[in-house]
Ligand binder design. Structure first.
Ligand SMILES: [Zn+2]
Ligand SMILES: [Zn+2]
Length: 219
């Protein structure tokens, strides 16, 4: 599996991941934030066939290039049913708050917890991880030993829960019950910031790790 990370939206620093199978050249894009032309150039450079546009959730900073990418590559847009309305509603995807009207093409496929997305010889398991949004998903590839977490889990951080669809306790449960049960050496590719490991977050994440912030603060 090959992975190329892009930061296409300076102000939000969203990670966009182009992921492909070197043998078959089938590829997926995870959270195309902006600048579809840059993504398409890279797809051409590597001779790839883009099969799916996968949104870990429906926020504007993760879907900005959806419409143009779909139009130019015919790839199918995938999102969880609980976030599908955010694709086409600037109020719900929060772009309206930044005086922008970011609208994606509607979803082509809706995926639920435990469903499998296949490209080339790779399988990604959908893990429903609500809490940042209601329909947030993480994508786990057992064979490649890695996990894309969107805005659910970051390097020593978690996604915001004070916005539409957010809930801290729900997010905490998603991370602890569903992500921390994965093998500890799983590599985590988050929606913002540097990559990390499940093992590291289990211990050091100040919100959900063993050494919680409250431990430092309590007398
Ligand atoms: Zn988000
Ligand atoms: Zn984000």
């Amino acid at each position: 599996m090959r992975i190329k990370r892009f930061i296409l939206l300076e102000e939000f620093q969203t990670n966009t991941y182009l992921v492909w199978d070197e043998r078959t050249k089938y590829s997926i894009i995870i959270d195309p934030a902006d600048k579809a032309n840059v993504i398409i150039e890279n797809i051409k450079e590597e001779n790839l066939c883009l099969k799916y546009i996968i949104n870990t959730h429906g926020h504007a900073d993760h879907i900005g290039a959806n419409a143009e990418l779909k139009e130019k590559t015919n790839a199918k847009i995938i999102i969880h049913p609980e976030d599908k309305d955010m694709l086409i509603d600037p109020q719900k995807n929060l772009s309206a708050f930044f005086d922008q009207n970011i609208v994606s093409a509607p979803a082509d496929m809706l995926v639920n917890d435990k469903e499998i997305i296949t490209f080339g010889s790779y399988e990604l398991e959908v893990i429903h991880t609500p809490g940042h949004t209601k329909g947030g998903i993480s994508l786990y590839c057992k064979d490649a030993n890695l996990l894309f977490t969107g805005d659910t889990l970051f390097f020593e951080g978690i996604g915001r829960t004070d916005i539409y669809g957010g809930n801290f306790n729900v997010l905490k449960n998603s991370i602890i019950e569903k992500l921390f049960s994965l093998p500890e050496n799983t590599i985590v590719y988050p929606g913002h910031g540097a990559k990390t490991f499940i093992k590291h977050e289990k211990k050091y994440n100040p919100y959900v790790g063993l050494l919680k912030m409250t431990d430092y603060l309590s007398p």
